[in-house]
Design a protein around this ligand. Structure first.
Ligand code: SAH
Length: 279
């Protein structure tokens, strides 16, 4: 089933937008005249529920993730909260119960958008997690990205303002995930960061352009320092071992440097690594 067919059956007030090669907008051009191949069957799919669909694909449309998106190796679909808003003005938020500053996204509005986004997805949350990005969530790690990359897809709710009415989070048993101990104005940047980290781990996305085996966090360590040409820059040399051609020595040097940097900068990671708890 192509995303276009899927989208056609779930059109409500406005069709969700697809950000891959195929778009939800009707076309008079026959399929074979459209540029590029159709999405790979069963491609990993991200569905984003947001007040700002125009924020996507954003940086995910660039470079390796962008090319993979255009080639249909993964799919990105946005679901606009606004059409589910209440009344003529499509109100999506209201003042917090109990008083205080700001606005809260309404449970009924968010629920309607989540229901729309759920159509056609795997109801098994292990295969298709439902995530609300929130500073109160469990911290997102490389381990989370690795797990997410083994699912069929993910649905991500982006909050705005003071966040989302707690009742919809409870009713839908949404998993809360945080990008870190800071507060953003909305979940869209967090969603892009999370998707970037995940999509690059999908099979066949990076190719030989980068290795995901050697990089930071892969063995519970931060990465060793990298160098490239010129061999001498402003009087600074590349560590001679790296141009020695001696692969065993190079591997030893890199491991020692990765350990030193992890010990110095992230005692928490170092302790976990020593405890054998690779994350
Ligand atoms: N009042 C909330 C913050 C709301 S920020 C609180 O104090 O916890 C508005 C939205 O931005 C949130 O609903 C969430 O979707 C997103 N957001 C903000 N910081 C984030 C973070 N560190 N990680 C993930 N999402 C975040």
């Amino acid at each position: 089933m192509t995303p276009v067919k899927k989208l056609a059956t779930m059109t409500m007030s406005e069709p969700p937008r697809s950000h891959g090669r195929l778009s939800a907008r009707p076309t008079i051009r026959p399929r074979d005249l459209m540029e590029g191949p159709p999405p790979v069957k069963g491609a990993w799919t991200a569905r984003i529920v947001t007040l700002f669909p125009e924020a996507f694909p954003g940086t995910l449309g660039l470079s390796l993730t962008g090319r993979a998106l255009a080639e249909g190796r993964w799919a990105l679909e946005t679901f606009d909260l606004r059409p589910h808003g209440i009344g003529r003005h499509r109100m999506v938020d209201d003042t917090p119960a109990g008083g205080g500053a700001g606005m809260v996204l309404r449970a009924d509005v968010v629920a309607a958008a989540l229901d729309e986004a759920a159509l056609g997805t795997n109801p098994d949350r292990a295969r298709w997690p439902l995530i609300y990005l929130s500073p109160r969530g469990a911290p997102f790690t490389q381990g989370s990205a690795r797990r997410l990359a083994t699912t069929d897809g993910v649905t991500i709710l982006c909050g705005r303002f003071e966040g989302v009415d707690q009742r919809v989070l409870d009713a839908y048993a949404i998993e809360e995930v945080s990008l870190g101990d800071f507060v953003l104005t909305g979940g869209e940047i967090a969603a892009q960061a999370m998707l970037d980290a995940t999509v690059r781990l999908l099979p066949g996305i990076l190719g030989n352009a980068a290795s995901t085996e050697d990089e930071s966090f892969s063995a519970g360590l931060l990465e060793y320092p990298q160098f490239t040409r010129p061999p001498v820059w402003q009087g600074r040399e590349i560590p001679p071992v790296l141009i020695s051609g001696h692969h065993g020595e190079i591997a030893k040097w890199r491991k020692a440097e990765a350990e030193r940097i992890t010990r110095e900068r992230r005692p928490d990671l170092w302790a976990a690594q020593q405890g054998g708890q690779n994350r």
